[in-house]
Design a protein around this ligand. Structure first.
Ligand SMILES: [Ca+2]
Ligand SMILES: [Ca+2]
Ligand SMILES: [Ca+2]
Ligand SMILES: [Ca+2]
Length: 293
């Protein structure tokens, strides 16, 4: 009886804690470009599963987005936003942390990293951007094998995107890395990823990027997702896309200069002459020839 009462009270406290924590960190706030996150500020992440200090980013566990091992992450395209927020804060040793999920490692070069497991089937980071008034969006990051344990597996990472914040994802061509790790007992491999997003990501209120991996055969390795960056360029002033394409300052700022005046040409019998500082055509005077001589 006593044990049960304590259990109920514990569950209630947990429920309250979840209810308080959820609204603050459930949805990333949309960021403009240029956007960057290198995790150097280890004060952004201080509490379990709390992403509220990290602008524009959340991480989710991806439970049951696949239930097999060694699934190609390019084929894992379902929503995933209903899977639990995940963040193991303030870690210092990737070799010793055997839990799967997403963790912050306060290393000499701090990073956030993914490591799938049988529970965290497809852990992923989601970045929320607005590209309104922008085009040619690029997204880049540095994949880091920070796992120097004896674990040695094939850890594939894919980059996906979607427009509008709901529905399934699309794998971005060129964003796939077949194995971002080496081993055993190696934590050296770095793999830079940089892609330009397809044109349908241009000029949208919300574009999301998802960096995702899947549960490998055997013990997975921690892979840091570091130096995340997004850039774009303004829609061109010459783009015939309408008012959105105008430069800041409106039509006046982009108005073409007045056309240059044509040089003055005079008809026969007239010649050019400066009159009060301006060229004019004036009648030629006839020459008087002296005869004789
Ligand atoms: Ca921290
Ligand atoms: Ca870093
Ligand atoms: Ca490794
Ligand atoms: Ca595994």
């Amino acid at each position: 009886m006593r044990a049960r009462r304590i259990g109920t009270r514990g569950s209630f406290a947990l429920l309250v804690a979840c209810a308080l924590a959820a609204p603050a960190s459930a949805q990333a706030t949309t960021q403009t470009t240029p956007f960057a996150q290198n995790w150097a500020n280890t004060g952004l992440i201080t509490a379990e599963d709390d992403w509220s200090g990290v602008a524009g980013l959340v991480g989710r566990r991806g439970d049951d987005l696949t239930t097999a091992t060694a699934t190609d992450p390019r084929t894992v395209l379902a929503d995933g936003s209903a899977t639990p927020l995940e963040l193991i804060a303030n870690q210092v040793n990737p070799n010793a942390l055997t839990s799967g999920g997403i963790a912050e490692f306060e290393l000499a070069d701090p990073t956030v990293a993914l490591q799938p497991s049988g529970t965290a089937d497809a852990p992923h980071l989601v970045v929320a951007l607005t590209t309104a008034g922008r085009r040619d969006v690029t997204f880049s990051y540095r994949l880091r094998d920070i796992d120097g344990s004896t674990d040695n597996t094939v850890q594939p990472i894919d980059l996906q995107y979607r427009v509008g914040g709901a529905g399934s994802w699309t794998s971005v061509g060129g964003g796939f890395v077949a194995d971002a790790t080496t081993g055993p007992s190696l934590a050296t491999l770095e793999t830079p990823v940089a892609v330009k997003l397809p044109a349908d990501a241009d000029d949208k209120p919300l574009v999301e990027l998802r960096v995702i991996t899947t549960n490998a055969i055997g013990n997975d390795e921690w892979v840091g997702i570091d130096d995340i960056a997004a850039t774009s360029t303004p829609l061109a002033a010459s783009d015939p896309g309408g008012s959105a394409a105008l430069p800041a300052g409106g039509q006046g700022a982009g108005a073409a200069p007045a056309p240059a005046k044509k040089p003055l040409k005079c008809r026969k019998g007239f010649k050019k002459k400066q009159v009060k500082g301006k060229p004019k055509c004036v009648k030629k005077r006839k020459k008087h020839h002296k005869r004789g001589r």
